[in-house]
Design a protein around this ligand. Structure first.
Ligand code: NAD
Length: 268
């Protein structure tokens, strides 16, 4: 049976890559999905399974979804997003903080002595501050509503990176921004454990999204990536989405504060 039935979720960065895969998978598991992104349409539609916008595809498949235009760096947008979820579906159970700037924002690669101050600030804003804001407004709502029938008040899943666990070459701002995500995950999990809000992070290895294919092709070989991800090579968005279902389900009943590598053994 569906594992996220009667749960209302927000997924940020839902138009592309991991976020789109999470939104689709959550809907398949019975969750209502509020898709949040700068734009509803896929950023790089050529590699997508369908040209439909994520929320439209979910509806076509018989699920429940809506789209709310959101800039995750804006507290005004976050307030409106949480309000929209409550207005549309009555409550908020799950938040997936997935939106982020990854590879394309980090080109050309830079070491710390050549890293642009603006790049640093932007990366911290989009990847780290957004997670603080998301937790702030989602938890406010989770505390104000009746708990879920499981007795839990909510599930927050932050998409971090293996770069929070190891140092990746030539991307200091990205590594630091994801370190902040994993660190904040632990802290927030502690503060809201007694309120029964689960807060966990996923640290994906390399995922073969459109942007990944464009950028990594210039810098590495598929053989190198196969070697670094000994279990099956680099991942697919669905590989992360499936684990995000577990963390939002009752199967994670005793799990909080973790940053779990979902990386085909990269950090093993
Ligand atoms: P992507 O670029 O395909 O998708 C990111 C989405 O976030 C886009 O739809 C974009 O519009 C949205 N977004 C960007 N800035 C936003 C903002 N200010 N407000 C709202 N939405 C915004 O990237 P992806 O590869 O799917 O990455 C998703 C997450 O996974 C990111 O946090 C990324 O750091 C993380 N991650 C990716 C990989 C990988 O190999 N692809 C590995 C580890 C972690």
């Amino acid at each position: 049976s569906p594992r996220l039935e009667n749960k209302v979720s927000i997924v940020t960065g839902s138009s592309s890559g991991l976020g789109r895969a999470v939104a689709l998978r959550y809907a398949e598991e019975g969750a209502k999905v509020v898709c949040a992104d700068l734009k509803p349409s896929a950023r790089l539609p050529d590699l997508e399974d369908s040209n439909l916008e994520t929320h439209e595809l979910i509806k076509q498949n018989g699920g429940k979804a809506t789209f709310v235009k959101t800039d995750v760096t804006s507290s005004t947008d976050w307030k409106a997003l949480v309000e929209a979820a409550v207005k549309e579906y009555g409550r908020l159970d799950i938040l997936v903080n997935n939106a982020g700037v990854g590879l394309e924002a980090l080109r050309p690669p830079a070491q710390v002595h050549t890293t642009d101050e603006d790049l640093w600030d932007k990366t911290m804003l989009v990847n780290s501050k957004s997670v603080f804001l998301g937790c702030k407004y989602a938890i406010g709502q989770m505390l104000a509503q009746e708990p879920h029938s499981s007795g839990d008040r909510g599930w927050i899943i932050n998409i971090s990176s293996i770069m929070a666990l190891i140092g990746g070459p030539s991307n200091p701002s990205y590594c630091a921004s994801k370190g902040a995500v994993s660190s904040l995950t632990r802290q927030v999990a502690l503060d809201y454990a007694s309120s029964r809000i689960h807060v966990n992070a996923i640290c994906p290895g390399y995922i073969q999204t459109a942007i990944f294919k464009e950028t990594t092709a210039r810098e590495t070989t598929i053989e190198d990536l196969q070697r670094k991800h000994p279990f099956n090579g680099p991942g697919k968005p669905e590989d992360v989405a499936r684990f995000a279902v577990v963390l939002a389900s009752e199967d994670a009943c005793w799990v909080t504060g973790t940053s779990m590598a979902v990386d085909g053994g990269y950090t093993a």
